[in-house]
Structures are given as structure tokens and as C-alpha cells.
Design a protein around this ligand. Structure first.
Ligand SMILES: Nc1nc(=O)c(N)c(NC[C@H](O)[C@H](O)[C@H](O)COP(=O)(O)O)[nH]1
Ligand SMILES: [Zn+2]
Length: 167
């Protein structure tokens, strides 16, 4: 029900506030949730882990590490009905050239699309600050991953996301 989505998006925004401000990216927060029982599988924020990491990427790395798996195999240990809450839509292109989070999310669904991340709840679309329009939503939907906007947090999310940018 709607309150659940708002609870998780607020927790994701709490994560974003932990991110060190930088002019070259956005401060984003994310949560991986087991939709079966509402349990939080991982939380993360931009740059939390070493290596110019994104919030969504940090959530996935933590779970892979907990199971001593390489990042690309994390889908094997995600519950079948895993959902991602992220304050900003997953990146589809990164100026650094690192693997975008849309691709990291898609590869969790494995063969035949069972298991892995089934839905992505986002607070805002990515502003066209670093890259052109982010067309990642279409790609996620092509792989059967539902993308749902959770309204009401836009102002707060963008204020936090751009805190490190030149005014
Ligand atoms: N969804 C999302 N989560 C994040 O944690 C984050 N930092 C971004 N930011 C998107 C933005 O497009 C990229 O940060 C720039 O394109 C620079 O790329 P790098 O981050 O250096 O790889 N987007
Ligand atoms: Zn990303």
C-alpha cells in the first residue's frame, strides 16, 4: 500500500543524506527490499563503497560480498520478489564509463527473468546535468522490470542530490 512505498523512499532519502557532496555526480540513496515480507536486504548511498560507486551499486555489492559472490552473480541470492527503491532513477550511462546501474539491475533477473529485481521504485527522473535524457526506464521495462514513480519527495531528493554542485 502507498504508505509502504513512502516509508521505503524516505529511508532511501535518509541514505542519500549520508553521501559526500561532489560536483561530478548526484547524492542518491537506495534500498533493496524483499517484497514478500517487507524486509530490507541492503541499503546504500553514492560513494559509500570505494570505487566511485552509485547507491544502487552499493546495495548490490553488499549482498554479493555477504554471499562471497562476484558482483555479476548477485542475482543468484536475491529473493524472487526483490524490489529496489532509489531516490533517483538508475543510470543508463555514466560519464566515468563504469557499468550503468540499469545493466546491473537487469543482470540480476537471470535466465527467463525469474528472481532478481522485479520492480524499481524511483523518486525522480535523472536531471540532464551530466548526460542527456536517461532512457533507462524503457530498457528496464523491456526486460520485464516494472518502473514506478513514488511522488511527493521530488524537491527534497533534488536538493540532496545536487548539494555538491556549483550554485
Ligand atoms: N541513480 C544514480 N545513482 C547514483 O548514485 C548516482 N551518482 C547517479 N548519478 C548519475 C550521473 O549520470 C553520474 O553520476 C555521472 O554521469 C557521472 O558518472 P559517475 O557517477 O562518475 O560514474 N545516479
Ligand atoms: Zn548508477
Amino acid at each position: 500500500d502507498p504508505t509502504d512505498h513512502e516509508t521505503y523512499m524516505r529511508l532511501a532519502l535518509d541514505q542519500a543524506q549520508e553521501s559526500p557532496p561532489k560536483p561530478s555526480n548526484f547524492r542518491v540513496g537506495a534500498l533493496l527490499v524483499n517484497a514478500e515480507d517487507g524486509s530490507i536486504l541492503a541499503r546504500g548511498y553514492t560513494l559509500e563503497l570505494p570505487g566511485n560507486t552509485h547507491a544502487e551499486q552499493c546495495c548490490l555489492i553488499k549482498i554479493a560480498q555477504a554471499h562471497e559472490l562476484p558482483d555479476e552473480r548477485v542475482g543468484e541470492v536475491l529473493p524472487g520478489n526483490t524490489v529496489l527503491y532509489t531516490t533517483m532513477e538508475p543510470c543508463n550511462l555514466r560519464l566515468s564509463g563504469n557499468l550503468p546501474c540499469v545493466d546491473r539491475i537487469i543482470r540480476t533477473t537471470g535466465k527467463g527473468g525469474k528472481g532478481g529485481i522485479r520492480k524499481v521504485y524511483l523518486g525522480v527522473k535523472e536531471p540532464e546535468v551530466f548526460v542527456g535524457e536517461n532512457k533507462g526506464r524503457t530498457k528496464l521495462e523491456e526486460y520485464g522490470i516494472e518502473v514506478i514513480h513514488v511522488p511527493g519527495f521530488e524537491e527534497d531528493i533534488l536538493r540532496v542530490a545536487t548539494a555538491g554542485h556549483e550554485k
